[in-house]
Design a protein around this ligand. Structure first.
Ligand code: UDX
Ligand code: ADP
Length: 465
């Protein structure tokens, strides 16, 4: 097999952009191109002002300063890029299907399928196609079938394909360090030569012992399973947060004690408003769908519960808020701190803030929303209501202290570090009394709040109910 010189990544999103930046940085001899059909996204990736990148990730702009327009380019010319590349990563969106068979349960594969068709039409010679997006098990088979079907637009008889699965395990907010120091790199496939070609790329910075070869299906299933395990830990700790509240226990102490067991480990045991992000819910639902498809209903029910607890956590937080505000939110202002699904990202996909804010709006509240990186356009899109009778009952504030003006309560939704050091003495004179702090991330110091005579509800803190 000829050495890999040019690689193309279809999809310039949260996965494609950072992943290709790290590959370009570590492989100066490779020409890396990220392509996307979304012109404004590509324009933003090419913006000379690195504050305007479409994805906020700590450490990303520093890498781009080094590699952009050297061995990393961003373009909308998908066809041309496919034609000249030896290896193509598919890194497009795969959200949950909204309509039709499997709606609300399995991934919508229209973007993956269209990529496979584009590759089938434009590729030349031998091309290695790498699945990067999280996909339902057996998607590689679909891609293979499309690639191997005769293409009417491609007269090059000799073109051939190898399909690999190389799932991404990066978490948003820590994507660059996850990519630079991965726990493992998984390469699934049945063509050893192609698998080695991909390994040659990673080995430039990842120790060989961390690069694992499996078959395609194990690789696809491992990604879904890893996310399901992580999400299940969060639902476990969140379910216990409710028990803490009624028994007088403190969830932070319980997490610490449980996590000190080396068999369990301390990571991913922080109680919160429920997991968000583009992967967890989608991946578990894919696992549930797959299990039901094969008649494994008990397995499906087991994983489904992780998602149910996650929804329940959001609903119960909203009910706790309404109950403490005398069951009435009409004509009340509520400050919302944080809209991203976690800190250090501008992504709001599946953010618990969306569901909680929508419920509060339905109760008639007016919301003053602040986030460190999410822009107003995204918030408007996420909260957009179908009922035309609804006035826009929220405002986005740039200054964190301005959300408090005339507010009856504040809800801490995202754990941005500036929210941990708020000057509550400065806030107190501008809010309405009685004022409530609802801390869903356990980031405020209860003593400070209580000493100022402010009411506090803290998730999972049985001493502060
Ligand atoms: C996840 C996986 O971690 C990553 O490996 C995969 O590639 C993509 O999906 P991501 O969704 O970006 O990454 O972020 P993650 O850090 O996993 O957080 C997901 C959600 O869980 C967030 O809403 C976060 O706030 C929540 N969470 C995480 C908790 O509530 N408690 C925790 O202890 C950890
Ligand atoms: P992820 O979090 O998985 O990276 P994103 O939604 O952030 O997902 O990014 C996926 C990107 O893939 C989007 O910018 C979208 O425009 C792009 N995309 C989807 N289908 C195609 C396609 N057929 N060709 C090129 N780009 C595509």
């Amino acid at each position: 097999m000829k050495p890999i010189k040019k690689i193309c990544c279809i999809g310039a999103g949260y996965v494609g952009g950072p992943t290709m930046a790290v590959i370009a940085k570590n492989c100066p001899n490779l020409e890396v191109e990220v392509v996307d059909i979304n012109e404004s996204r590509i324009k933003a990736w090419n913006d000379t002002n690195l504050d305007n990148l479409p994805v906020f990730e700590p450490g990303l702009s520093e890498i781009l300063k080094d590699v952009r327009n050297k061995n990393l380019t961003f373009s909308t010319n998908v066809e041309y890029s496919i034609k000249k590349s030896d290896m193509i990563f598919i890194s497009v969106n795969t959200p949950i299907k909204k309509k039709g068979m499997g709606a609300g349960q399995t991934s919508d594969l229209r973007w993956v399928e269209s990529c496979a068709r584009q590759i089938s039409q434009s590729a030349k010679g031998h091309t290695i196609v790498v699945e990067k997006s999280t996909l339902p098990v057996k998607t590689a088979q679909t891609i293979k079938e499309i690639l191997d079907s005769p293409s009417i637009n491609n007269s090059n008889e000799d073109r051939t394909f190898s399909v690999l699965s190389n799932p991404e395990f990066l978490a948003e907010g820590t994507a660059i360090s996850d990519l630079v120091n991965p726990d493992r790199v998984l390469i699934g496939g049945d063509d050893l030569e192609a698998m080695n070609a991909l390994k040659e790329i990673y080995i430039k910075w990842v120790p060989e012992s961390k690069i694992i070869f499996t078959n395609l299906w194990s690789s696809e299933l491992s990604k879904l399973s890893a996310n399901a395990f992580l999400a299940q830990r969060i639902s476990s700790i969140n379910s216990l947060s409710a028990i803490c509240e009624v028994t007088g226990a403190e969830i932070g102490d319980v997490s610490d004690a449980v996590g000190m067991d080396s068999r369990i480990g301390s990571k991913f045991l922080k109680a919160g408003p429920g997991f968000g992000g583009s992967c967890f819910k989608k991946d578990i639902l894919n696992l549930v769908y797959l299990s039901r498809f094969y008649g494994l209903n008990e397995v499906a029910d087991f994983w489904q519960e992780t998602v149910e607890i996650n929804s329940w956590q959001k609903t119960r937080i909203y009910k706790e808020i309404v109950a403490r505000l005398f069951g009435n939110l009409a004509d009340k202002k509520i400050a919302i701190l944080g809209f991203a699904f976690k800190e250090n990202t501008n992504d709001t996909r599946e953010s618990p803030a969306i569901d909680i804010c929508k419920n509060l709006l339905d109760e008639g509240a007016f919301l003053n929303i602040h986030d460190c990186k999410v822009n107003e356009e995204t918030i408007d899109k996420d909260l957009c209501r179908k009922k035309s009778s609804n006035r826009k009952m929220w405002a986005c504030k740039k200054d964190v202290y301005s959300v408090f003006e005339d507010a009856h309560a504040v809800i801490l939704m995202t754990e941005w570090s500036i929210y941990k050091t708020l000057d509550w003495e400065k806030i107190l004179p501008v809010v309405k009394q009685p004022f409530w702090v609802f801390d869903t991330r356990l980031i405020v110091n209860p003593k400070v709040i209580k000493n100022l005579g402010i009411n506090l509800w803290q998730l999972g803190n049985g001493m502060n109910q």
